[in-house]
Ligand binder design. Structure first.
Ligand code: HEC
Length: 207
């Protein structure tokens, strides 16, 4: 075979080969980690052992972590996650930004020590800058300051943002952002309130 042809074939096969090695390596390590967690964790309140069960998206991301899974494997799950989004029944995306701000600041919910009958918070500040008043915020996610001001409030933009907050794994498969809608963390009304925080011209996000 012509040397150049060989080189081209070799280069083309390389990413596949290294992804396969990473996956096998992860499978062994993940199985060990899961066994260790199952042996040492105990269910406590609302935090049951089912928290260790991964859905297809999480399993694929774990199989390739810290790399992104190959695009051909990710595509179907991205579509499925986007298709799972439920839009507001009354077609209205925006609630009350003041309530939205309280939800964004609230970090409780879903932990064993939290009262399951109380609504969960969104804890958005843990990962995002949202306004100029807040001086302590996380930077895992991009700044959302001027979110609505910069993007406008078209139906398409509201729908896209709703869908992202509902399930970011429909856009970025291995996103660190909690899937607020599809995992039932926030209610429809809470999602509307958080949307108002992002889009209302009077919200500190857009000042
Ligand atoms: C654990 C971290 C984390 C938390 C908590 C979090 N996010 Fe995110 N968010 C991210 C990351 C990371 C991204 C970037 C997208 C990605 O994952 O690739 C993102 C992206 C976004 C985007 C899209 C930004 C854009 O320019 O398209 C919006 C909107 C958003 N987050 C809103 C929220 C809201 C509202 C909350 C609270 C209800 C929240 N996020 C809580 C991590 C987080």
């Amino acid at each position: 075979m012509h040397t150049l042809t060989r080189l081209v074939i070799l280069l083309a096969a390389m990413p596949l080969a290294s992804a396969a090695v990473a996956q096998t390596h992860n499978a062994n390590r993940n199985a060990e980690a899961l066994a260790a967690m199952k042996a040492s964790f105990e269910p406590h309140g609302q935090a049951g052992m089912d928290r260790l069960d991964q859905d297809k998206t999480q399993a694929l991301c774990s199989a390739y972590a810290p790399h992104a899974p190959p695009a051909r494997l990710a595509a179907k799950l991205l579509t499925a996650n986007r298709d799972s989004v439920k839009y507001p029944a009354d077609g209205k995306y925006l609630g009350d930004w003041k309530r939205g701000q309280a939800i964004a600041e609230e970090g409780t919910g879903k932990q064993y020590s939290d009262d399951p009958s109380k609504p969960s918070g969104g804890n958005c500040y843990a990962c995002h800058q949202l306004d100029k008043q807040q001086i302590a915020y996380g930077t895992i996610g991009p700044s959302l300051y001027h979110y609505g001001k910069d993007r406008g409030r078209s139906e398409a933009m509201l729908k896209l943002t709703w869908s992202r907050v509902y399930d970011m794994k429909g856009y970025s498969l291995c996103s660190a952002m909690p899937r607020f809608g599809s995992k039932g963390i926030l209610t429809e009304q809470q999602l509307k309130d958080v949307m108002a925080l992002l889009f209302d011209p009077d919200s500190p996000v857009n000042k």
